[in-house]
Ligand binder design. Structure first.
Ligand SMILES: [Fe+2]
Length: 257
Protein backbone atom coordinates (compact mmCIF):
# COMPACT_ATOMS: atom_id res chain seq x y z
CA UNK A 1 0.00 0.00 0.00
CA UNK A 2 2.76 2.46 0.86
CA UNK A 3 4.18 2.07 -2.67
CA UNK A 4 0.79 3.03 -4.05
CA UNK A 5 0.66 6.03 -1.71
CA UNK A 6 4.06 7.14 -3.06
CA UNK A 7 2.75 6.71 -6.61
CA UNK A 8 -0.65 8.34 -6.30
CA UNK A 9 -0.46 11.03 -3.63
CA UNK A 10 2.27 13.21 -5.18
CA UNK A 11 0.23 13.36 -8.41
CA UNK A 12 -2.88 14.23 -6.44
CA UNK A 13 -1.10 17.04 -4.63
CA UNK A 14 0.40 18.27 -7.90
CA UNK A 15 -3.07 18.33 -9.52
CA UNK A 16 -4.50 20.37 -6.65
CA UNK A 17 -1.55 22.78 -6.64
CA UNK A 18 -1.84 23.25 -10.40
CA UNK A 19 -5.54 24.05 -10.05
CA UNK A 20 -4.88 26.57 -7.26
CA UNK A 21 -2.24 28.29 -9.41
CA UNK A 22 -4.37 28.21 -12.56
CA UNK A 23 -7.15 30.10 -10.78
CA UNK A 24 -4.98 32.36 -8.64
CA UNK A 25 -6.65 31.17 -5.45
CA UNK A 26 -6.27 33.75 -2.64
CA UNK A 27 -5.58 33.35 1.08
CA UNK A 28 -9.21 34.21 1.74
CA UNK A 29 -10.47 31.51 -0.64
CA UNK A 30 -7.97 29.03 0.76
CA UNK A 31 -9.27 29.74 4.28
CA UNK A 32 -12.89 29.39 3.12
CA UNK A 33 -12.11 26.03 1.53
CA UNK A 34 -10.51 24.84 4.74
CA UNK A 35 -13.53 25.95 6.78
CA UNK A 36 -15.75 24.11 4.31
CA UNK A 37 -13.81 20.86 4.73
CA UNK A 38 -14.00 21.23 8.52
CA UNK A 39 -17.80 21.52 8.20
CA UNK A 40 -17.90 18.38 6.05
CA UNK A 41 -16.04 16.57 8.80
CA UNK A 42 -18.08 18.04 11.67
CA UNK A 43 -21.42 17.22 10.06
CA UNK A 44 -20.35 13.60 9.47
CA UNK A 45 -20.62 14.07 5.72
CA UNK A 46 -17.19 12.79 4.74
CA UNK A 47 -18.58 9.51 3.27
CA UNK A 48 -21.38 11.39 1.49
CA UNK A 49 -19.04 14.03 0.10
CA UNK A 50 -16.47 11.51 -1.12
CA UNK A 51 -19.12 9.20 -2.61
CA UNK A 52 -20.98 12.03 -4.35
CA UNK A 53 -17.91 13.26 -6.18
CA UNK A 54 -15.52 10.34 -6.55
CA UNK A 55 -17.19 6.93 -6.14
CA UNK A 56 -18.34 6.87 -9.77
CA UNK A 57 -14.75 7.47 -10.90
CA UNK A 58 -13.43 4.47 -8.96
CA UNK A 59 -16.23 2.37 -10.48
CA UNK A 60 -15.20 3.55 -13.94
CA UNK A 61 -11.62 2.42 -13.26
CA UNK A 62 -12.81 -0.93 -11.86
CA UNK A 63 -14.93 -1.55 -14.94
CA UNK A 64 -11.98 -1.30 -17.32
CA UNK A 65 -10.96 -4.83 -16.32
CA UNK A 66 -14.45 -6.35 -16.21
CA UNK A 67 -15.76 -8.50 -19.04
CA UNK A 68 -19.08 -9.35 -17.42
CA UNK A 69 -21.70 -7.05 -15.96
CA UNK A 70 -20.33 -3.62 -15.21
CA UNK A 71 -20.14 -2.37 -11.62
CA UNK A 72 -21.85 0.72 -10.23
CA UNK A 73 -21.48 2.74 -7.04
CA UNK A 74 -22.26 1.15 -3.69
CA UNK A 75 -23.51 4.34 -2.07
CA UNK A 76 -23.44 5.02 1.66
CA UNK A 77 -26.49 2.97 2.73
CA UNK A 78 -25.36 -0.66 2.49
CA UNK A 79 -25.08 -1.28 6.29
CA UNK A 80 -22.98 -4.26 7.36
CA UNK A 81 -23.34 -7.78 6.05
CA UNK A 82 -25.22 -8.98 9.18
CA UNK A 83 -28.16 -6.71 8.28
CA UNK A 84 -29.03 -9.03 5.36
CA UNK A 85 -31.27 -11.96 6.27
CA UNK A 86 -31.74 -14.74 3.74
CA UNK A 87 -35.06 -14.16 2.00
CA UNK A 88 -36.92 -16.59 -0.23
CA UNK A 89 -40.21 -14.75 -0.80
CA UNK A 90 -40.35 -11.05 -0.08
CA UNK A 91 -38.11 -8.34 1.31
CA UNK A 92 -39.78 -7.09 4.50
CA UNK A 93 -41.61 -3.77 4.20
CA UNK A 94 -43.13 -1.47 6.80
CA UNK A 95 -46.85 -1.99 7.51
CA UNK A 96 -47.49 1.58 6.28
CA UNK A 97 -46.08 0.57 2.87
CA UNK A 98 -48.56 -2.25 2.36
CA UNK A 99 -50.46 -0.32 -0.34
CA UNK A 100 -47.35 0.79 -2.25
CA UNK A 101 -46.86 -0.73 -5.70
CA UNK A 102 -45.56 -4.27 -5.75
CA UNK A 103 -42.30 -5.11 -7.45
CA UNK A 104 -40.69 -8.40 -8.42
CA UNK A 105 -36.91 -8.48 -8.66
CA UNK A 106 -35.68 -11.53 -10.52
CA UNK A 107 -32.96 -12.74 -12.81
CA UNK A 108 -30.02 -15.03 -13.19
CA UNK A 109 -26.42 -15.01 -12.07
CA UNK A 110 -23.94 -16.62 -14.43
CA UNK A 111 -20.25 -16.64 -15.17
CA UNK A 112 -19.02 -14.70 -18.19
CA UNK A 113 -19.62 -17.73 -20.45
CA UNK A 114 -23.28 -17.86 -19.43
CA UNK A 115 -22.98 -20.88 -17.13
CA UNK A 116 -25.40 -20.58 -14.20
CA UNK A 117 -23.89 -19.96 -10.78
CA UNK A 118 -25.90 -21.94 -8.23
CA UNK A 119 -25.69 -20.88 -4.59
CA UNK A 120 -24.52 -17.36 -5.42
CA UNK A 121 -25.42 -14.72 -2.84
CA UNK A 122 -27.12 -11.51 -3.82
CA UNK A 123 -27.64 -8.72 -1.29
CA UNK A 124 -30.45 -6.40 -2.33
CA UNK A 125 -31.31 -3.05 -0.81
CA UNK A 126 -33.40 -0.09 -1.96
CA UNK A 127 -35.32 2.87 -0.63
CA UNK A 128 -38.73 2.68 0.99
CA UNK A 129 -41.66 3.88 -1.14
CA UNK A 130 -41.07 7.34 0.36
CA UNK A 131 -37.38 7.48 -0.47
CA UNK A 132 -35.79 6.54 2.86
CA UNK A 133 -33.34 3.82 3.88
CA UNK A 134 -33.89 1.44 6.75
CA UNK A 135 -31.23 1.48 9.44
CA UNK A 136 -30.19 4.93 8.25
CA UNK A 137 -33.12 7.30 8.44
CA UNK A 138 -34.99 7.97 11.68
CA UNK A 139 -36.58 5.00 13.37
CA UNK A 140 -36.85 2.65 10.38
CA UNK A 141 -35.84 -0.86 11.41
CA UNK A 142 -32.81 -2.09 9.45
CA UNK A 143 -34.65 -5.16 8.15
CA UNK A 144 -36.95 -3.27 5.79
CA UNK A 145 -36.27 -3.23 2.04
CA UNK A 146 -33.13 -5.32 2.53
CA UNK A 147 -32.37 -8.98 2.14
CA UNK A 148 -30.11 -11.68 0.77
CA UNK A 149 -31.23 -14.15 -1.87
CA UNK A 150 -29.43 -17.34 -2.86
CA UNK A 151 -29.57 -18.53 -6.45
CA UNK A 152 -31.09 -21.91 -7.31
CA UNK A 153 -29.55 -24.69 -9.44
CA UNK A 154 -30.14 -22.60 -12.59
CA UNK A 155 -28.52 -19.55 -11.02
CA UNK A 156 -31.92 -17.88 -10.76
CA UNK A 157 -33.39 -15.73 -8.02
CA UNK A 158 -36.75 -14.03 -7.53
CA UNK A 159 -38.03 -11.92 -4.67
CA UNK A 160 -40.96 -9.56 -4.14
CA UNK A 161 -40.72 -6.09 -2.69
CA UNK A 162 -42.24 -2.61 -2.89
CA UNK A 163 -41.33 -0.04 -5.50
CA UNK A 164 -38.60 2.46 -4.55
CA UNK A 165 -38.74 6.09 -5.68
CA UNK A 166 -36.28 8.80 -6.72
CA UNK A 167 -34.78 10.53 -3.68
CA UNK A 168 -32.53 13.42 -2.84
CA UNK A 169 -29.22 12.74 -1.21
CA UNK A 170 -28.97 14.74 2.05
CA UNK A 171 -28.97 18.35 0.85
CA UNK A 172 -29.17 20.34 4.08
CA UNK A 173 -25.45 20.08 4.83
CA UNK A 174 -22.24 21.19 3.15
CA UNK A 175 -22.35 18.54 0.39
CA UNK A 176 -25.81 19.58 -0.80
CA UNK A 177 -24.87 23.24 -0.45
CA UNK A 178 -21.89 22.76 -2.77
CA UNK A 179 -23.92 20.78 -5.30
CA UNK A 180 -27.00 22.99 -5.39
CA UNK A 181 -25.89 26.50 -4.49
CA UNK A 182 -22.36 26.65 -5.86
CA UNK A 183 -22.17 24.12 -8.69
CA UNK A 184 -25.74 24.66 -9.93
CA UNK A 185 -26.51 20.95 -9.81
CA UNK A 186 -29.36 19.07 -8.17
CA UNK A 187 -29.28 16.40 -5.48
CA UNK A 188 -31.69 13.84 -6.99
CA UNK A 189 -31.02 10.20 -7.71
CA UNK A 190 -33.33 8.22 -10.02
CA UNK A 191 -35.22 5.33 -8.39
CA UNK A 192 -32.90 2.34 -8.24
CA UNK A 193 -32.18 -0.99 -6.63
CA UNK A 194 -28.76 -1.78 -5.18
CA UNK A 195 -27.13 -5.20 -5.57
CA UNK A 196 -24.03 -6.93 -4.27
CA UNK A 197 -23.41 -10.30 -5.92
CA UNK A 198 -20.94 -12.86 -4.61
CA UNK A 199 -20.08 -16.38 -5.77
CA UNK A 200 -17.19 -18.74 -5.12
CA UNK A 201 -14.27 -18.08 -7.43
CA UNK A 202 -15.92 -15.01 -8.95
CA UNK A 203 -15.20 -11.33 -8.57
CA UNK A 204 -17.70 -9.49 -6.33
CA UNK A 205 -20.03 -7.22 -8.23
CA UNK A 206 -21.75 -4.18 -6.75
CA UNK A 207 -24.21 -2.45 -9.00
CA UNK A 208 -27.59 -0.80 -9.36
CA UNK A 209 -30.55 -1.22 -11.66
CA UNK A 210 -32.68 1.70 -12.83
CA UNK A 211 -36.25 1.94 -14.13
CA UNK A 212 -36.84 2.66 -17.81
CA UNK A 213 -38.57 6.04 -18.22
CA UNK A 214 -37.89 6.84 -14.56
CA UNK A 215 -37.42 10.43 -13.53
CA UNK A 216 -33.74 11.51 -13.30
CA UNK A 217 -32.49 8.46 -15.22
CA UNK A 218 -29.54 9.81 -17.19
CA UNK A 219 -29.30 12.85 -14.90
CA UNK A 220 -28.17 11.30 -11.62
CA UNK A 221 -26.60 13.69 -9.09
CA UNK A 222 -23.97 11.00 -8.42
CA UNK A 223 -23.14 10.89 -12.17
CA UNK A 224 -23.47 7.15 -12.15
CA UNK A 225 -26.07 6.11 -14.70
CA UNK A 226 -25.03 2.97 -16.51
CA UNK A 227 -27.70 3.08 -19.12
CA UNK A 228 -27.23 -0.62 -19.90
CA UNK A 229 -28.68 -1.35 -16.45
CA UNK A 230 -31.92 0.51 -17.11
CA UNK A 231 -34.55 -2.21 -17.01
CA UNK A 232 -37.35 -2.10 -19.59
CA UNK A 233 -40.83 -1.53 -18.26
CA UNK A 234 -42.71 -4.78 -17.58
CA UNK A 235 -45.82 -5.20 -15.43
CA UNK A 236 -47.11 -8.62 -14.33
CA UNK A 237 -50.22 -8.91 -12.15
CA UNK A 238 -49.87 -5.25 -11.19
CA UNK A 239 -46.25 -5.66 -10.10
CA UNK A 240 -43.36 -3.90 -11.77
CA UNK A 241 -40.92 -6.61 -12.80
CA UNK A 242 -37.22 -5.84 -12.59
CA UNK A 243 -35.38 -8.54 -14.51
CA UNK A 244 -31.73 -8.10 -13.62
CA UNK A 245 -29.05 -10.56 -14.72
CA UNK A 246 -25.46 -10.61 -13.61
CA UNK A 247 -22.43 -12.13 -15.32
CA UNK A 248 -19.58 -12.36 -12.83
CA UNK A 249 -15.96 -12.18 -13.86
CA UNK A 250 -13.45 -14.71 -12.49
CA UNK A 251 -11.95 -13.69 -9.16
CA UNK A 252 -8.89 -11.51 -9.47
CA UNK A 253 -5.63 -13.38 -8.99
CA UNK A 254 -4.00 -12.51 -5.69
CA UNK A 255 -0.67 -10.84 -6.39
CA UNK A 256 2.31 -12.87 -5.10
CA UNK A 257 3.92 -11.38 -2.01
FE1 LIG B 1 -29.63 4.23 -3.11
Amino acid sequence: MSDRVKEVVPDLIYAIRSTLKKHGVTFEEYGAAMQYLIRVQETGEVPLFVDAFFNATIVEIDNVTREGTQADIQGPYYLNSEAYQIISERLPHRPIDENAQDMVIRGQITDTDGNPLAGAELDIWHSTPDGLYSGVHDGIDAKYCRGRVITDAQGRYSVKSKLPVPYQIPNQGPTGELLEQHLGRHSWRPAHIHFWARADGRRDLINQAYFENGEWVGDDCCETDHLDLVVPELIENGARVMEVNFALDPALAIAAE
